[in-house]
Design a protein around this ligand. Structure first.
Ligand code: PEP
Ligand code: MG
Length: 887
């Protein structure tokens, strides 16, 4: 059977994105619901895949099907390719399943040649218009299809203007444009070695091929990598009858959103240009008008558009981003798709749509990309800060950013990768700048509107962006820009505020933003849906308080080593480690006990009524002592300067001690419970501090909920032993204080052996917390510090690893161990509490896995708590809907 590769717009629908690409599927859907879409057809992504799988050949059936569809377009429009009376002109556009704005290629006005241009001129009664279309077509086709450099055409255009003494393109006469067309033909011939094709069918064939080819252009490849879009999808090709927005002052073209993509406010939002063609709006050559003005200029078209926008939103039940063209007063729809939006807008739109009865709460929860929530937790400028605003542009993407000014995407990439904070400053950005945008803290452009490339991309990436700051005069050659009389050079620091559009010279204090009402409501819905608990990893009372603000349900990991590192404690820690006898050790331990008690009391108070999992000391002792190499140098120096014998002896003893404690492989050495077993007094001190603190706060009227966690257990007897000694201390404290408090003792599962023998370990543990950082290290045999810097990026590049397993949980390996441990532990203790406290606890995909294997909670850094609450709810809805939510 012959395979179908070509779909007329009334043969598809919105569900067919895989096959017809997003743009194609939506053009079909709009046609299906009766909106004014110029006739056309879609060549499926399967044809593109076939093309690349078969040595860049079209499928055999393709051309006949294209011809049949073209015949239908001709009959519906009454126009014909190459016709002398009514020539058909088409646009040829790419369109993958997932929108990749500006990444692939488009050709407009295809079908023009020396004859049809004359006819067009006659029909339109406008020679200038016809020749302007023709030269634009040659420019686009020459560049996209025949791979002639864009600049050559641009230069020819400026040369001609210079020669004629013109300032604007609009001053070019039909005669000038005709001359330009001839020049362009010459350029194409010279650069490509081929004549510019005059046959419309030949043009069409070449354009289709070029669109397929654009799937693998460098910027599309980069974009796919950043956005994790599979290479295998391929692009569809949309061939559509041209309508003209440049037929005069009752024609125009624009882009619009059904709600404000920056704030989410329900209002018509967009920009348009009269007497212009599609690319003019986004290219930023002329400054577009806000959509409301269209009401005054072309009321009928405006009303029609407003009606269609409403229809589209009701139909798709989501905010739409659309493109339209008005040809001599008549409105045509050229595209609709789900609109990209900032996190703040996403929240507002989701919450409003639930209120409007358009969607339900579960759908609302699914509408927010958890990683986008980070945007809302971006810093903003401290309102109390004192600073002078240098200039203002458009508030294109919210949040504030500070960094060194750079003027080129390559520099931004280079400096960004070297760990510098940079702000990319450009006249306008293009898809070719994408690698620099990724590495910048924020983007400032001196041109372009709210829908310009920089604005759209920044919003998608959640980076602050100020656009169209026209006072910024950039001189790329000298790598500097001037704002009024201030000169800013590459490397100078500026702050931009994408929420207000302000640009400030120098550094300004930034503060974390507040969670607004929409945020709280949506998360409250997520809480109703989710089954996983969400706790925070917090080591200080401040972090604990922040966790509560973010509505964490407890602390899943309080690492106690950070308390040891504080300046006022380190000497006591060192004294305790270096003491030779129990008596000598008693004093520094006593001091530490007092300090730890204060730490724990403050945290327990902050978390009043909620569980706090306190982990006993984990890192090896030498981490608290001076560095071995430094000590060697110090000893040599003392010798060299003839220091006293006493001083030298003390230093040498310290050196010997550190040498004894230092390890070849500290990650696998004397740490965690091994330390607790071989140096029991430290753990005993910590347990005493925890429970004395708990008793203290009980006396103050608080309700502490304590969970003691023993790290790095690999053998059940380790835990049995430490549990016994821990309980002994707890009961001593209870006796002494005459208070009894409920508590739990549990362990971390961070070694493969612990997971494999989880049933044995569970006999002694009331809870497990999977320490997926160490479990990943020990399962892979990767030392994180070495692997992430040295070879994981290459492994990902080569496809050996899909993702860095320290960021996204390796469900196949590490996940299998977790799943096994969950099942084994529940066999012996069905009510065991199971959590995750490695960094994966704050990563959406990993959270989904935690839900699937039936964990009790995830624990992550306080700022990730909102994200985790949302991701946990999405895991439930996804399971219910059994759909894979793709990006
Ligand atoms: C872990 O290993 O996952 C963990 C939480 O412990 P740490 O990162 O402190 O080793
Ligand atoms: Mg660990």
């Amino acid at each position: 059977m012959r395979k179908k590769y070509v779909y007329f717009f009334d043969e598809g629908n919105a569900e067919m994105r895989d096959l017809l690409g997003g743009k194609g599927a939506n053009l079909c859907e709009m046609t299906r619901i009766g909106l004014p879409v110029p006739p056309g057809f879609v060549i499926s992504t399967e044809a593109c895949i076939h093309y690349f799988e078969n040595g860049k050949k079209f499928p055999e059936e393709l051309w006949d099907q294209v011809m049949a569809a073209l015949a239908r377009v001709e009959s519906e429009t009454g126009k014909k390719f190459g016709d002398e009376e009514r020539p058909l002109l088409v646009s040829v556009r790419s369109g993958a399943k997932v929108s990749m704005p500006g990444m692939m290629d488009t050709v407009l006005n295809l079908g023009l040649n020396d004859e049809t241009v004359e006819t067009l001129s006659r029909i339109a009664g406008n020679q200038r218009f016809a020749y302007d279309c023709y030269r634009r077509f040659m420019q686009m086709f020459g560049n996209v299809v025949m791979e002639v450099k864009k600049d050559l055409f641009e230069h020819a255009l400026s040369d001609l203007k210079d020669k004629k003494g013109y300032k604007y393109d609009t001053e070019l006469t039909p005669v000038d444009l005709r001359e330009l067309v001839d020049t362009f033909k010459g350029i194409v011939k010279k650069e490509s070695g081929q004549e510019f094709p005059s046959q419309p069918l030949k043009q069409l064939e070449m354009a289709i091929r070029a669109v397929f080819e654009s799937w693998y252009n460098p910027r599309a490849i980069t974009y796919r990598k950043i956005n994790e879009i599979p290479e295998t999808l391929g692009t569809a090709v949309n061939v559509q009858t041209m309508v003209f927005g440049n037929m005069g002052e009752n024609s125009g073209t624009g882009v619009a959103f059904t709600r404000d993509p920056s704030t989410g406010e329900k209002k018509l939002y967009g920009e348009y240009l009269l007497n212009a063609q599609g690319e003019d709006v986004v290219a930023g050559i002329r400054t577009p008008q806000p959509l409301e003005k269209l009401k005054d200029e072309l009321l009928e078209a405006y009303d029609k558009l407003a009606g269609i926008m409403d229809t589209l939103e009701q139909h798709y039940e989501d905010m739409q981003d659309l493109e339209f063209t008005i040809e001599e007063g008549k409105l045509y729809m050229l595209q609709t798709r789900v609109g990209k939006r900032t996190a703040a807008a996403a929240l507002k739109i989701a919450v409003d749509m639930v209120e409007e009865g358009l969607i339900d709460k579960k759908t609302a929860v699914m509408r927010i990309d958890p990683s986008q929530l980070d945007q809302l937790l971006h810093p903003c400028i401290d309102p109390n800060a004192d600073f002078q605003v240098l200039t203002k542009g458009l508030n294109a993407s919210p949040g504030a950013a500070m960094g060194k000014v750079v003027f080129h995407a390559d520099t931004a990439e280079e400096m960004g990768k070297a760990g510098e904070m940079v702000i990319l400053v450009r006249w306008e950005t293009t898809p070719d700048d994408i690698h620099g945008l990724v590495q910048s803290q924020g983007i400032l452009t001196s041109h372009g509107g709210m829908t310009s490339h920089a604005a759209v991309v920044a919003r998608g990436m959640g980076k602050p962006c100020v656009c169209g700051a026209e006072e910024v005069k950039i001189d790329y050659a000298s790598k500097s820009c001037r704002v009024k009389d201030v000169v800013i050079r590459e490397g100078d620091i500026i702050t931009i505020d994408g929420t207000t559009g302000r640009v400030i010279l120098g550094e300004v204090p930034l503060i974390p933003p507040m969670i607004n009402e929409d945020f709280r409501r949506l998360l409250a819905w997520a809480d109703e849906i989710r089954k996983l608990g969400v706790r925070a990893n917090a080591d200080t009372p401040e972090d604990a308080a922040r966790s509560r603000d973010f509505e964490a349900e407890g602390i899943g990991l309080c690492r106690t080593e950070h308390m040891f590192m504080a300046e006022d404690r380190l000497p006591h820690v060192q004294a305790a480690i270096l003491a030779k006898t129990d008596e000598e050790r008693a004093e520094p331990l006593q001091k530490l006990l007092k300090m730890q008690k204060e730490d724990f009391a403050a945290i327990l108070k902050a978390m009043n009524g909620l569980p706090v999992t306190i982990r006993l000391l984990d890192p090896p002792l030498h981490e608290f002592l001076p560095n071995l190499g430094d000590l060697r140098v110090e000893v040599a120096e003392l010798k060299h300067r003839g220091a006293s014998l006493e001083e030298l002896a003390a230093k040498e003893e310290l050196l010997a001690n550190v040498r004894t404690l230092s390890e070849a492989n500290p990650m696998l050495g004397l740490r965690g419970c091994r330390l607790g077993i071989t140096r029991p007094d430290i753990y005993q001190m910590q347990v005493r501090a925890i429970f004395e603190a708990a008793c203290d706060v009980v006396e103050e009227g608080y309700e502490p909920v304590v969970e003691v966690m023993i790290p790095l257990v690999g053998i059940d007897k380790e835990l049995a032993l430490l549990k016994e000694s821990t309980e002994k201390v707890i009961h001593q404290v209870f006796e002494e204080r005459g208070i009894r408090i409920g508590y739990k003792i549990g362990t971390m599962i961070e070694l493969p052996r612990a997971a494999l023998t989880a049933d044995e370990i569970a006999k002694h543990a009331e809870f497990f917390s999977f320490g997926t950082n160490d479990l990943t290290q020990t399962t892979f045999g990767f030392s994180r510090d070495d692997a992430e810097g040295k070879f994981i990026p290459e492994y990902v590049e080569l496809g050996i690893l899909e993702k860095n397993p320290f960021e996204v949980l390796d469900t196949e390996g590490v996940g299998k161990l977790i799943d096994m441990a969950v099942k084994l532990s529940r066999q012996v203790r069905p009510d065991i509490k199971l959590g995750v406290c490695g960094e994966h606890g704050g990563e959406p995909k990993s959270i989904k896995f935690c839900h699937q294997v039936g964990l009790t909670y995830v624990s992550c850094s306080p700022f990730r708590v909102p994200l985790a609450r949302l991701a946990a709810a999405q895991a439930v809805v996804e399971e219910e809907r059994e759909v894979f939510i793709d990006k």
